[in-house]
Design a protein around this ligand. Structure first.
Ligand SMILES: NC(=O)c1ccc[n+]([C@@H]2O[C@H](COP(=O)([O-])OP(=O)(O)OC[C@H]3O[C@@H](n4cnc5c(N)ncnc54)[C@H](O)[C@@H]3O)[C@@H](O)[C@H]2O)c1
Ligand SMILES: [Zn+2]
Length: 353
């Protein structure tokens, strides 16, 4: 299982060509699925690399936005793969953020019972999180990632320079997942996040690159220890049970990372209330959110109570109707706490908004 992200040192074209040629069994043809917002220069380099590998290829546009992360879009894409004459030796190359890789990876998983795919993540969120770990899927019934498959990519390759064109809002969204990973990992990543200055989070700075690489490494390690999320991988859900219904109910106004960051705030507030962690953790987390330019909890617009409960009740990780929360004792020491009712979790969200 491939979980590591390689960060660019050499040219993208050469990298793509080399990796495709190295794959066994040999790749028959390639379908490149790209987010239309990805800069042209980047796409050209990818296509040059694929052409240099000597394989036929087809270029497809991915549909943008969370509301296109649907089973219908995945099925459409899968049909387009078939029209492009994919076979069991084909490769789907997803070039874009987490939405492109979730949908294209899932379409690859369901086409011909699974064709290979690889990922070039072009958003901060995807470099830190979405491209790592082999989870692919789409939203359904008003809730996130309800239909999906574990389908590990053949390779994941990122270049920090691709983030230069990323809009500020999307940049912040990635920072929300970085905040989560830093809290989970503790140690050097947490310390260096706390030491970083606000301007170092605003664009692809060398300090941020170092933090992203540490975060990607941490996630890869957790995923490798529990690829199918039977136990230890659950901690990566910190902030998500609280955050998903906020994101899903916001009609795309609140990004994934902003919602996760709000969810982390709720998890820490509840941990504090239970006496699990101390005020210093809450204060440091608040400082980090502010340094990262993330939305303060008081500004987060909650969906109606009914939508909130609907979203929580549809949490795909619920067990017999009960929710599992990831709480935290200190940075580097998360706790898995089962048996929360939807009403209780909704109350924690409302009380801490
Ligand atoms: N599979 C997983 O393990 C996993 C983990 C975390 C998040 N996710 C999912 O990832 C999704 C969010 O991912 P995302 O934040 O990357 O969103 P995204 O794919 O929608 O990308 C964000 C925006 O940036 C644009 N964009 C992408 N690359 C660009 C570039 N280089 N320059 C300019 N614009 C660019 C896109 O068009 C889009 O508008 C959510 O659906 C979330 O559920 C999945
Ligand atoms: Zn996430």
């Amino acid at each position: 299982m491939i979980t590591k992200v390689s960060f660019a040192k050499s040219g993208l074209s050469d990298y793509c060509s080399k990796r495709i040629k190295q794959m066994r069994p040999h790749v028959s043809n390639v379908v490149v699925v790209h987010d239309p917002a990805v800069p042209q220069y980047l796409l050209k380099q990818v296509l040059r690399g694929v052409a240099a590998s000597g394989r036929d290829f087809k270029l497809l546009k991915a549909a943008r936005g969370e509301n296109n992360k649907t089973i219908e879009r995945a099925a459409q894409l899968s049909n387009k793969f078939l029209k492009a004459k994919v076979d069991r030796r084909s490769l789907v190359l997803a070039v874009g953020g987490g939405i492109t890789s979730d949908v294209a990876g899932f379409a690859a998983a369901i086409t011909l019972r699974g064709i290979r795919w690889a990922c070039l993540p072009t958003t901060l969120l995807s470099m830190v999180d979405a491209s790592i770990g082999g989870k692919t899927g789409v939203n359904a019934d008003g809730a996130k990632n309800m239909i999906g498959a574990f389908h590990s990519p053949q390779f994941v390759h990122a270049d920090f320079r691709w983030l230069k064109s990323l809009p500020a809002r999307e940049f912040r969204s990635g920072l929300g997942e970085l905040q989560k990973t830093a809290l989970l990992a503790g140690g050097k990543l947490w310390r260096e996040c706390l030491n970083a200055q606000p301007h170092q989070f605003l664009k692809p700075t060398p300090v941020l690159r170092e933090l992203v690489q540490l975060a990607a490494k941490y996630k890869a390690k957790v995923v490798a220890s529990d690829p199918k999320e039977q136990n230890t991988r659950q901690v990566l859900n910190l902030g998500h049970t609280f955050g998903h219904p906020i994101e899903a109910g916001s009609a795309a106004k609140i990004s994934h990372g902003e919602a996760v960051s709000f969810g982390i705030h709720c998890a820490i507030a509840h941990s504090l209330e239970l006496g699990l962690c101390d005020q210093t953790l809450a204060d440091n987390n608040l400082m980090l959110s502010s340094n990262m330019g993330l939305m303060p909890a008081t500004k987060v617009k909650l969906p109606t109570a009914a939508k909130l409960r609907h979203g929580l009740a549809h949490d795909k990780k619920s067990k017999g109707g009960d929710l599992t929360l990831i709480l935290i004792e200190k940075a580097g020491r998360p706790l898995v706490c089962e048996g929360y009712s939807v009403a209780k979790v909704a109350k924690i969200i409302i009380d801490n908004r």
